[in-house]
Design a protein around this ligand. Structure first.
Ligand SMILES: Nc1nc2c(ncn2[C@@H]2O[C@H](COP(=O)(O)OP(=O)(O)OP(=O)(O)O)[C@@H](O)[C@H]2O)c(=O)[nH]1
Ligand SMILES: [Mg+2]
Length: 185
């Protein structure tokens, strides 16, 4: 069975833990407890199988704490990751600056492809649900950006996340195929 490791990173209190729990059907929304370092959630998704063999994939979702005091843990978090999801609040101006740092550190320096990265603009209840005005600076504007609003349309982010998982599984299984080929040639 294929295995894939996916990180949830981004500024504090942006909704990483809430989304991680929702997408893995782990638990409901509670009051805010800052994630201390990391929390690892294991899950499988019946809609996501590796393309040619039809077998499933075991995912590890690493829900990382956004506080910079955990910076010394980052190398351990990034190691051998296959995907990075950056979660932020579009209505918090400081987040736009912060996500450039998360992208540079967790995607560019890890030499991950942009297709292995997903930006989620999370809309908390009561925050502006305006989507049109969000324009991201380069190089973030090349990335896939999706919106999540668990109150208005929870299925939208569920479906987008499944699409993203399928891309990740394809890239993991392609790199495994290449590895197999390189051994016999
Ligand atoms: N009702 C509701 N509350 C939300 C939603 N998203 C975030 N919140 C609230 O915002 C708080 C912070 O969200 P978290 O997901 O814990 O934030 P985080 O990004 O994991 O923060 P760190 O772990 O400190 O990096 C939650 O505890 C909720 O109270 C949402 O979609 N609906
Ligand atoms: Mg958290």
């Amino acid at each position: 069975m294929l295995k894939a490791k996916i990180l949830f990173v981004g500024p504090c209190e942006s909704g990483k833990t809430v989304l991680a729990n929702f997408l893995t059907e782990s638990s409901d929304i509670t009051e805010y407890y800052p994630t201390q370092g990391v929390r690892i959630l294991e899950f499988e998704n019946p809609h996501v199988t590796s393309n040619n063999k039809g077998t499933g994939c075991e995912f590890e979702l690493w829900d990382c704490g956004g506080d910079p005091k955990f910076e010394s843990c980052w190398p351990a978090l990034m190691k051998d990751s296959h995907g990075v999801v950056i979660i932020f609040n579009a209505d918090t101006p400081s987040h736009l600056k912060e996500i450039e740092m998360w992208y540079s550190c967790f995607v560019q320096q890890q030499l991950l492809q942009d297709t292995q990265c997903l930006l989620i603009a999370h809309h908390k209840p009561g925050s502006g649900s305006d989507r049109g005005s969000l324009s991201l600076p380069s190089p973030l504007n090349k990335l896939k950006l999706v919106h999540s609003n668990l109150e208005d349309d929870p299925e939208e982010i569920r479906l987008e996340f499944i699409k993203y998982l399928k891309n990740i599984v394809n890239s993991v299984s392609e790199s495994r195929d290449r590895e197999e080929m390189s051994i016999i040639t």
